[in-house]
Design a protein around this ligand. Structure first.
Ligand code: T3D
Length: 262
């Protein structure tokens, strides 16, 4: 049983809810451990074919819980590199490598690592009242959790630099206009919209979707030639799935396919 998150599985969809609403779902060590445990469970559970991440209460996630950091003048400087190595980087790698679509339902403010966790998800839906803040610069830090990689790729160098250096809060609407997220949804429709999409994705060719994710993620650092080779290799894998057979057979028989995720 979890104390900092909720984790449920229904109709092929796992929903991971960050659940420390009193401090806007900021991350302490316990929450890190629980999120990792849930991501492992989702990966292992063959029933789970799509993951949704959201937050309880009015915020999505405010990044690191700053009340966990002793910054008294006489205290030794904390080793934030160790925190990144132990907690944030493994979390980001698990999210990026999860072989299924990951949808983020950004229900409110997403700040610091909270913003970059959202931006690392495959599909990002945000409530109209949600916002994104690269808050790191305001406390002397740099965007972590992949932010310095993700942001310039999503919005370009000029916007990434301004967001990272100014730490301005940007609206969900602005984030969508800039292509930083997929879609803005009215607040009261957010979870229904996301769950409907997640349930749909959970009926789709899961392995194929996981291979799409791999290919698109790799494209950011590959040359065109390397990417052509990768597409060849991943298409070979896709062609061996049951869902590919089912997809083609259903098309030829003019019926709806029934994908098993295998
Ligand atoms: O340390 C390492 O391991 C390195 C890794 C770092 C990763 C990071 O994420 S660093 C960045 C950390 N996050 C921030 O700097 C954001 C801090 N929060 C804010 O700037 C604001 O709270 C927001 C802009 C996100 C929201 O503002 P607002 O006005 O809507 O809410 P609020 O009143 O500031 O916050 C509500 C409560 O949540 C409040 O507590 P209270 O007064 O009601 O008891 C506030 O202190 C608490 N809270 C919000 N963010 C954090 C937090 N408590 C601890 N840590 C937080 N990050």
């Amino acid at each position: 049983t979890y104390t900092c998150i909720e984790y449920t599985v229904n109709a092929g969809v796992a929903v991971l809810t960050l659940n420390r609403p009193a401090n806007l779902n900021s991350f302490n060590a316990d929450m890190h451990a629980e999120v990792k445990d849930a991501l492992k469970a989702a990966r292992k559970d063959s029933q789970v074919r799509c993951l949704v991440i959201t937050g309880a209460g009015r915020g999505f996630c405010a990044g690191q819980d700053l009340s966990d950091r002793n910054v008294a003048p006489d205290a030794q400087a904390p080793d934030l590199g160790a925190s990144i190595e132990k907690n944030y980087n493994p979390l980001m790698r698990m999210l990026r490598d999860l072989p299924m679509p990951v949808i983020c339902a950004v229900n409110g403010v997403a700040a610091g690592a909270g913003a970059n966790i959202a931006l690392a998800c495959d599909l990002v839906y945000a409530a109209r009242s949600a916002s994104f803040i690269q808050a790191f610069c305001k406390i002397g830090l740099i965007p972590d959790s992949g932010g310095t990689w993700t942001l310039p790729r999503l919005v370009g160098q000029a916007r990434a630099t301004a967001l990272a250096m100014l730490g301005d809060k940007i609206s969900a609407e602005q984030a969508q206009q800039w292509g930083m997220i997929w879609q803005v949804v009215e607040d009261d429709a957010l979870m229904d919209t996301v769950l409907e999409k997640a349930r749909f994705l959970a009926t789709q060719p899961t392995q194929g979707l996981a291979l799409i994710k791999r290919a698109l993620n790799a494209s950011a650092t590959n040359t065109f030639d390397q990417q052509l080779d990768l597409e060849r290799d991943l298409q070979r894998l896709a062609g061996r799935t049951q869902d590919y057979r089912e997809g083609v057979a259903a098309f030829m028989e003019k019926r709806q396919p029934e994908f098993s995720g295998r």
